[in-house]
Ligand binder design. Structure first.
Ligand code: DC
Length: 222
């Protein structure tokens, strides 16, 4: 059997810088990129469009199988297409994040997305960003990173992002939301957020993007 393409997994809590770092590392390596959180968010958004209740697991599982999700690049910006509609902006909202976190706790939804995520493993390699990339989806990945940052710094990063977009939020409220989401993601029965035993942890508190990107790339040198 031919060797499978290489995978670098980058897991961690929201606001740890995963998305930005993973995209930058994938660009530097010329590898493909999987934003697994966008899949969960897309199912959450599609469920909302179809008026599916977040407490109706069987309909959510059907929705996870049926929803078409595509990734495109437009003007250098990644766009996510859900059932033929560009849903990129809606996917980034707090409502979509909360829906994603709720449906991500349903084991059958996670199973429904397993093979879809593995299909992103293509030559010359894949950078996979999420919560369980190194533990469940690509346990055989050669390189595994777990990014962390203090809850206060993660809340501040999110606060800046939202303020730039003109969204009115309070730092306190965001910190509370982040802590609640962390607790839910870490305590769920299936695929809880935890570093793989063989993952290298990097605390990004106080570090710039380029520093973290360089550290990740340095880990991959033979
Ligand atoms: O990374 P993100 O904020 O876009 O993820 C949204 C939610 O989806 C998050 O609360 C946890 C869940 N998620 C998950 O359970 N497993 C993944 N691999 C990615 C995201």
């Amino acid at each position: 059997m031919p060797d499978l393409p290489s995978v670098l997994t980058i897991d961690g809590p929201s606001g740890s810088g995963k998305g930005t770092i993973s995209r930058a590392v994938a660009a530097r390596l010329g590898w493909h990129y999987l934003d697994s959180g966008a899949l969960y968010r897309a199912i959450g958004v599609a469920a909302g469009w179809a008026d599916i209740d977040l407490s109706d697991p069987s309909s959510l599982v059907r929705c996870a199988f049926d929803t078409e999700i595509g990734f495109r690049e437009a003007g250098g910006e990644p766009r996510v297409i859900v059932n033929g509609v560009d849903a990129t902006d809606e996917l980034r909202t707090e409502t979509a994040g909360a829906a994603a976190s709720a449906i991500a706790a349903i084991p059958e939804v996670r199973s429904a997305l397993k093979e879809r995520q593995r299909a992103f493993r293509r030559s010359p390699g894949l950078v996979a960003d999420g919560r369980d990339m190194g533990t469940v989806i690509f346990p055989d990945a050669r390189h595994k990173v777990f990014l962390t940052a203090s809850a206060e710094e993660r809340a501040e990063r999110r606060y800046k992002q939202l303020k730039d977009k003109g969204v009115s939020v309070t730092l306190d409220g965001l910190l509370r939301e982040i802590l609640a989401r962390d607790a839910r993601d870490a305590s769920r029965a299936v695929a809880p957020l935890r570093p793989a035993d063989d993952a290298v942890r990097i605390d990004t508190t106080g570090l710039g993007i380029e520093t973290v990107v360089d550290r990740v790339l340095a880990l991959m040198e033979p």
